[in-house]
Design a protein around this ligand. Structure first.
Ligand code: 6LW
Length: 512
């Protein structure tokens, strides 16, 4: 029996869309208000994924003006390979409309976008029939035919299916021709605890569609499963004929209602077929895979430590910024070996803040950065959005810990320092067994290091306020450096696991 660890892409990577070309798999996710947009990954086994880049990495491809709200921006891409090219269609919410880009090499460059002004629904899908018609199916579930080269809508919208009666938000459609049958996979129930995946089938790309009698084919609603909100899936067939589903899920921690602090992550489950319907197999932190298929036994145990010395002149694709990253504000050349940040917006409350960070992808992490604030002001922050962030900031020879939770903002502690300083943030999850119903999901400690490496925690904060269940929205935590005034320079940024929660959860499972 073979096993692999879930999530297969940890940290917020929601709305995964996957395709296979030969023995290679490619996967893309939503990126919301962050730039560059749409992280794209490669794998040979569906379990171990390497980020190739970001699809939308030029301002000519993606504009996220300051009026783009947090959790607006890029939603729900569909990635397909057709006629020798990769195609990726997505929405830029609320004002950017539907965008379609193509590439011969998924590592880039991707084209500038074709806009589809005639298309208003979100979560667009692309499918081609044998005659070469291109069908675009959106949330609702509605469908039109399009010319993917010009963005012209060629037919009137047709309502295909409203999902299961009583379930809200039929969305995230993906349409596939499998044998002689067309399958319409959707998400429904909303992207919170009620989320699920359902399926219908029909004789043609535009139906009529007959719902699967056992819908939803995936949902953890109303269970005590450690992985919740499972939904928004995409099917892929491996080269050996086995079938798999990638989908999003969350890992809530703490008491009730449970807070997930890492956002919606990408999970993988095996799929079998019974009576012509897909049946989704076991989904657990340690998932048992059928002997067929590509899933290997050696999945990564948590993220590898990632240290960035900013010495190469190019930022790794894992680094993301808030809405834009103007080269005049973010530079690796200005002081070689350092990341230089010039403030635009006044603070982390500002939609144009100069910020460079990476997704938090494990519950227990330690992040350190050597920051030279000179005459500027800035530091290291855990960001959920403009209204929810904790930071350790340095300015004028003083380090301070600041927190904003909704309308409440406070400076919690200060300490005098001289010269560049190592700022440190640690997050520690509460145990899987909760002590009391209000137990926090994790604790966030913020402070600085003395020259001998000793950590001085200036504040210890309840992590629930940087969780989606409090802040709302579709993203998760990002931990990074920012400039709030003047210029901030960062010599290195070191991100490491404090324990492997994925391994710990898997061990629990083996013992059980
Ligand atoms: C997306 C919708 C969803 O449009 O969340 O989980 C929305 N599903 O399909 C944003 O990611």
């Amino acid at each position: 029996m073979r096993t692999y660890r879930n999530p297969v892409i940890a940290g917020w990577h929601p709305d995964p869309s996957v395709c296979r070309v030969g023995d290679d798999y490619y996967l893309a996710c939503s990126s919301f208000e962050y730039f560059p947009g749409v992280p794209i990954f490669h794998s040979r086994d569906l379990v171990n994924w390497t980020q190739l880049g970001n699809v939308l990495d030029r301002p000519s491809q993606l504009r996220l003006p300051p009026g783009t709200p947090s959790s607006g921006g890029v939603y729900a891409p569909t990635l397909r390979h057709h006629a020798g090219r990769f195609w990726l269609i997505m929405s830029n919410v609320p004002h950017g409309g539907t965008l379609l880009v193509t590439a011969e090499d998924p590592a880039g460059d991707w084209s500038d976008p074709v806009h589809l002004p005639g298309l208003t629904g979100v979560d667009p899908d692309l499918a081609w029939d044998a005659e070469g018609n291109c069908w675009c199916t959106c949330a609702g579930i509605e469908q039109v035919r399009i010319d993917p080269f010009t963005g012209t809508v060629l037919s009137r919208p047709k309502r295909l299916w409203s999902g299961t009666p009583g379930a809200r938000f039929p969305e995230a459609p993906h349409l596939y021709r499998i044998g002689d049958t067309w399958y319409l996979l959707i998400a429904e129930g909303g992207t919170e605890r009620g989320h699920g995946v359902s399926v219908a089938r029909g004789p043609a790309p535009d139906g009529p569609f007959e719902p699967c009698p056992t819908n939803p084919i995936l949902s953890h609603r109303s269970t005590d499963h450690p992985i919740q909100n499972t939904g928004h899936g995409d099917l892929v067939q491996a080269a050996d004929g086995s079938w798999w589903l990638v989908f999003l899920g969350v890992r809530p921690r703490g008491g009730t209602p449970g807070w997930h602090v890492l956002g919606r992550e990408t999970f993988l489950a095996p799929v079998s077929w019974v009576d012509g319907w897909p049946v989704v197999g076991q989904v657990d932190p340690l998932t048992v895979a059928p002997d067929a298929g590509p899933a290997p036994t050696s999945a990564p145990v948590g993220a590898a430590p990632a240290r960035d010395d900013f010495d190469t002149g190019v930022l790794h694709p894992r680094w993301i910024s808030v809405r834009s990253r103007p080269p005049e504000d973010v530079s690796l050349a200005e002081r070689p070996g350092w990341l230089t940040l010039h403030a635009r917006g006044g603070s982390l409350d500002d939609p144009t803040v100069t910020f460079v960070g990476r997704r938090q992808d494990q519950h227990d992490v330690q992040v350190r950065a050597l920051v030279d604030a000179g005459r500027g002001r800035g530091g290291l922050a855990v960001r959920l959005d403009e209204q929810h962030h904790y930071a350790v900031e340095v300015a004028g020879g003083e380090v301070s810990v600041r927190a904003r939770i909704g309308p409440l903002a406070q400076c919690l502690a200060t300490r005098s320092v001289a010269g560049p300083v190592v700022l440190r943030i640690e997050t520690r999850a509460s145990g899987p067994e909760m002590d009391h119903p209000r137990q926090e999901p994790d604790v966030v400690r913020l402070g600085l290091e003395f020259a001998d490496g000793e950590f001085v925690a200036l504040a210890e904060l309840d992590g629930r306020y940087l969780a989606t269940e409090v802040a709302g929205g579709f993203t998760g935590r990002v931990i990074g450096c920012y400039a709030a005034a003047g210029t901030i320079q960062v010599d290195w940024y070191d991100y490491r696991s404090l324990s492997s929660d994925r391994l710990a959860m898997a061990d629990d499972l083996i013992d059980a």
